[in-house]
Design a binder for this molecule. Structure first.
Ligand code: GLC
Ligand code: MG
Length: 435
């Protein structure tokens, strides 16, 4: 049972219940297609990795098929979720290798016959078939005008019921019409996951669902979850809310767009830290702040981005302070295999100050997982991503950080950093990937 195995690996990372499980839609919720700088997404990423990754679960729930989901990941600075729910809750996969949940497929096969759906829908000229990639084993998708949507939905459900099928028809974004088995959908997929966690005695302590359009409505009807409709939510979702969930205090309509609304909801419901490291200005003594090793890794890489974008002052104090946070004998293994002292790499940073100024250049870390290997040492594994223009590169990193407690604060020292290219990555010019 490969899928049970992968479920195990994903879930066993957490010995107890997840502190927070975020279940978020992607297009126009986690990802703002109107912000070419992806600022709210990057703010969310930094917050998640510095404060939540180690004891919480990130679930993406999208209408996209695996093909279009993978495409989006290449275009936008996204994190790797623990669980990916695709094709409007009809496909659930675990981990980075995206191992499918076979049990869920069994559930969806009940009273579903794809061929009948295709046959009956072909009789409606108002329905325009979506691309081949979006037609999935338990999802048949069309485009239909707003004006025709309600009428077509009604007529179609009658036809399909007469043919003995039990289907769900969902209208989203004022243009997409999806036909799924009745037991499918984003809400049902979440209910299935929550049930799985409960059976293991690990229900998440808190769950926050996030969405913007019609296919997200179901997420908000799952009992016991907090919900945020982002400020830019579609009419059909707001209407569903007004009719079905108006006075439920666990659901809010954020005043901020997309991932900004998710951060806002974390604060509103008091689900944990809600200040993204990206919202904190750089200061030379910012290490005098008590936080964990994951936070240290996020901050270090954020500084690196800001330095190359010339968003921090060009002053020696920064370099001196960075050096002070590295062990003098500490080494750095570059993904090309070249090894040097961490201090040398930091000195080399002087030459690249502002070399990415005015460019579309971003650095973010993903899957930051610290483990304590002795009383004063952390081993931190993470993935470091760089985006330059349209291109993304990533490296698998392992860092060894020691710490001491000074005046009640944890001060970290980098003892070692080892990087290897991720599959498919590799700089054309190794010199450009400095640290
Ligand atoms: C995504 C899918 C599409 C679906 C829509 C609404 O855009 O690619 O097939 O119709 O979400 O669920
Ligand atoms: Mg959406």
């Amino acid at each position: 049972m490969q899928s049970a195995g992968c479920y195990r690996v994903t879930m066993d990372r957490l010995e107890t219940s997840a502190r927070l499980m975020i279940v978020s839609d992607l297009d126009h919720t986690m990802v703002d297609h109107h912000d070419p700088e992806n600022l709210s997404l990057l703010r969310f990423n930094a917050l998640w990795e510095s404060s939540y990754r180690h004891d919480s679960l990130l679930v993406f729930s999208t209408g996209r098929s695996p093909t279009l989901y993978k495409q989006l990941r290449k275009e936008k600075p996204m994190l790797s979720p623990d669980i990916t729910i695709m094709s409007v809750g009809t496909e659930i996969t675990y981990g980075v290798s995206m191992v499918p949940d076979e049990g869920w497929v069994e559930v969806l096969n009940q009273r579903w016959d794809r061929n009948i759906v295709v046959e009956e829908t072909s009789k409606f000229p108002e329905l325009k078939l979506q691309s081949e990639t979006e037609q999935r084993p338990h999802k048949v998708s069309f485009y239909v005008d707003k004006d025709n949507a309600q009428e077509v939905t009604k007529a179609l459900s009658e036809k399909l019921a007469n043919r003995g099928l039990d289907v769900k028809i969902i209208y989203s974004g004022g243009m997409d019409l999806d036909i799924l088995p009745q037991g499918a959908g984003k809400g049902q997929a979440l209910a299935y996951l929550l049930q799985k966690f409960k059976e293991e005695g690990k229900p998440p302590k808190n769950t926050l669902v996030c969405g913007d359009s019609g296919n997200d409505a179901e997420l908000f009807s799952i009992p016991e979850v907090h919900g945020v409709m982002v400020s830019n939510a579609q009419e059909e979702l707001l209407q569903w809310h007004a009719e079905n969930a108006k006075n439920i205090p666990k659901i809010i309509h954020a005043s901020e767009r997309c991932a900004g609304g998710i951060i806002q909801a974390i604060g509103h419901f008091g689900l944990g830290p809600n200040t993204s490291p990206r919202d904190v200005a750089e200061t030379a003594d910012s290490h005098l702040e008590d936080a964990g090793p994951a936070h240290e890794v996020v901050k270090f890489n954020l500084f690196y981005e800001r330095w190359r974008r010339a968003e921090v002052e060009h002053c020696e104090t920064y370099i001196a302070s960075l050096k002070a946070s590295c062990h003098p004998a500490g080494s750095f293994v570059h993904p090309s295999g070249v090894e040097q002292r961490l201090h040398e790499s930091i000195s080399a940073m002087k030459k690249i100050y502002g070399d990415r100024q005015g460019k579309q250049y971003r650095v973010w870390v993903d899957r930051v997982l610290p483990s304590k290997i002795s009383s004063d040492t952390w081993l931190v594994k993470f993935v470091k991503w760089e985006l330059l223009g349209e291109e993304q590169q990533s490296c698998i990193c392992t860092a060894v950080l020691t710490f001491e407690v000074v005046n009640g604060l944890h001060l970290y020292t980098w003892a070692h950093l080892h990087e290897t290219w991720s599959e498919g990555s590799g700089a054309k010019d190794n010199g450009m990937w400095l640290l």
